[in-house]
Ligand binder design. Sequence first.
Ligand code: ADP
Length: 483
Amino acid sequence: MQLKDPQLLRQQAYIDGQWLDADSGQTIAVNNPATGEIIGHVPKMGRAETRRAIEAAEKALPAWRALTAKERANKLRRWFELLMENQDDLGRLMTLEQGKPLAEAKGEIAYAASFIEWFAEEAKRVYGDVIPGHQPDKRLIVIKQPIGVTAAITPWNFPAAMITRKAGPALAAGCTMVIKPASQTPFSALALVELAERAGIPKGVLSVVTGSAGEVGGELTSNPIVRKLSFTGSTEIGRQLMAECAQDIKKVSLELGGNAPFIVFDDADLDAAVEGALISKYRNNGQTCVCANRIYVQDGVYDAFAEKLIAAVGKLKIGNGLEDGTTTGPLIDEKAVAKVQEHIADAVNKGAKLALGGKPHALGGTFFEPTILVDVPKTAAVAKEETFGPLAPLFRFKDEAEVIAMANDTEFGLASYFYARDLGRVFRVAEALEYGMVGINTGLISNEVAPFGGVKASGLGREGSKYGIEDYLEIKYMCLGGI
Ligand code: ADP
């Protein structure tokens, strides 16, 4: 596999500080989406193994929680350093199981590591409050305490960052965590905990259980020891997990689907808008929940924008992510290809015109041509549903009110983007968009210091930033009387 450190390819799950196989001995094969080759296997675990991981997290909790924030921060800091020292290997492993180009995979490792670094720092800033009392003999004090045992279920599109964005604040706050990674990309998760172990994170504090989504997930949501679940994935599964968590009134953080509008106004800097659209739409081959899903372009610049975008997208280099110069890898699986094809066929049937691409790539497998559709009608499915692939549909609009109405006409509310230079318009539009995040004159908004998250059916809670740690803390109010 050509890793500098072959120990980073772990084919066992990590529970209570031990590398283990499934009780049943069953495994799940993990394939390389660029070649279809099997790169290894992980245990197919179920409820019993998950229960053991949860019980280990409960056992590890008192000692972990009792450390000073600085002591926990020192271990997290060491974990951050190890992630960066092993960036090449971790990037390579990710490209192999996920398909994204190596430069992008290494970029994700730096992004993933940044959450550990950030929350190691934030661990020391979990401040409480002293509230002016309501009676002369009382003092009112608020402290924040770790929630306890937490669980995370993560997707395949960011195999490392979606884990550290949850484990970072959890561990910093003094919580312990059991993680179920996506079965398509478990090796990145296992490599992360191998490094966490080397960084001195005590056994039981962080476990990774690979296996059946229904069984592992079912135990995580139904076991009363688990006090909080953080999930990143589809709205459909998020809704189901939230309902399961309702039984014990577990706290939930949900980072679900998006359907990002990307709006280009007449006064936009068109070259900048094209560059932003390219990054926002085609990063990770369109497989991020903040990818532009619908591109709205005002009448006056529609043709010029379309022409420039077609030229820019035409230069993307599709291929195996390990090859030099590749900008765009394969899609994750056949289901992803089918969804893109479905959205193209639906839009074309309703009158859209194909301006670029439109079919599976000559490389075969799950490679797909970067596609642009123009004159897409409002009634197309892609106006309402997330494509999660390399399809850019261009819609035409006349004025601000019309485009805001179209942009908000969706159950989702994660990321949105627009390009404009008029200051009044910038404020009006930014305030009117019903989204958790708004990129203004930029197509790239994610970083560890800013709050990531959505409104409406896109989720609950925020990750990253000073707000991110709050999702792992409980507020305790102490009322001191008799003074
Ligand atoms: P995607 O469509 O992006 O794969 P999913 O929501 O299906 O998104 O999957 C995201 C994560 O949720 C993965 O780790 C997957 O294994 C897990 N998952 C899927 N179905 C369930 C389920 N019924 N219970 C718990 N976890 C699940």
